[in-house]
Design a binder for this molecule. Structure first.
Ligand code: 13P
Length: 248
């Protein structure tokens, strides 16, 4: 019942010319995908990518959004700016933003609410660090992060939210959560959403796994009942690698 969604998070990679080349290579490889396909590119690539993907099944996403509509926020981009640049999706609260750029559960919440109310689809990231998992706090932490991020939305607005469970220790490390670990924690996230918005909303919302997901482990992860897709870093930077994930 939930359509899978595979999204590439390019992070700080690709110039506009490189981005256009990558999506041009990607288009024929993913044209028959059974899932939603999204590329979240650097903002400087929006123009090139939105032009290249016109009329295809690939959607464009951003990697962050500010919660105010406009004003004195040097370096930031508003939801309306993203929409006007061809973005349909936006990643919010990625662990790299939490680790390096002072993102907190509060600002993740503000950004998520602003993005959804402005008509963007939010990909909201949650996940524990290695020491938090080892200390046994994974379930409490992802429950809190999820409920805090989504606070203030309605159950209907959740139709425009995807949650990405990204264990921080699995990002860019080559370590993946086992299929069962990922499934179990995503189940915890779904329960957290059920407690906050009801069973129906929880059954509908798509929850991705992210963290060293690639061609050789995508099948096992996607076979798990709770896992509805992937947020892909490294393996989204080459058309053939990303297509392998998309065509799982
Ligand atoms: P990797 O796939 O490179 O581990 O990155 C995952 C990620 O952070 C996606 O947002």
């Amino acid at each position: 019942m939930r359509k899978p969604i595979i999204a590439g998070n390019w992070k700080m990679n690709k110039t506009p010319a490189e981005a256009a080349q990558l999506v041009t290579d990607l288009i024929p490889l993913v044209k028959d995908a059974a899932c939603d396909v999204v590329v979240c590119t650097p903002a400087v690539c929006f123009a090139a990518v939105s032009e290249a993907i016109k009329g295809t099944n690939i959607k464009l996403g951003a990697q962050n959004v500010h919660f105010e509509a406009k004003g004195a926020f040097t370096g930031e981009l508003s939801a309306d700016m993203l929409k006007a640049s061809g973005c349909e999706y936006v990643i919010i609260g990625h662990s790299e933003r939490r680790q390096y750029f002072g993102e907190t559960d509060k600002t993740v919440n503000l950004r998520t609410v602003a993005a959804v109310k402005a008509g963007l689809k939010a990909i909201v990231c949650v996940g524990e660090m290695k020491d938090e998992r080892e200390a046994g706090y994974t379930d409490i932490l992802v429950t809190y992060q999820t409920q805090m991020a989504l606070h203030g939305l309605t159950a209907e607005e959740l139709d425009n939210v995807v949650v990405a469970y990204e264990p921080v220790w699995a990002i860019g490390t080559g370590l993946t959560a086992t299929d069962e670990q990922a499934n179990e924690t995503i189940g915890v996230i779904r329960k957290a959403i059920a407690a906050q918005f009801g069973e129906e909303a929880a059954a509908k919302i798509r929850i991705q796994y992210g963290g060293s997901m690639k061609g050789r482990n995508v099948k096992g992860l996607m076979a798990q009942p709770e896992i509805d897709g992937g947020l892909i870093g490294g393996a989204s930077l080459k058309a053939a690698d990303f297509a392998q994930v998309v065509n799982f």
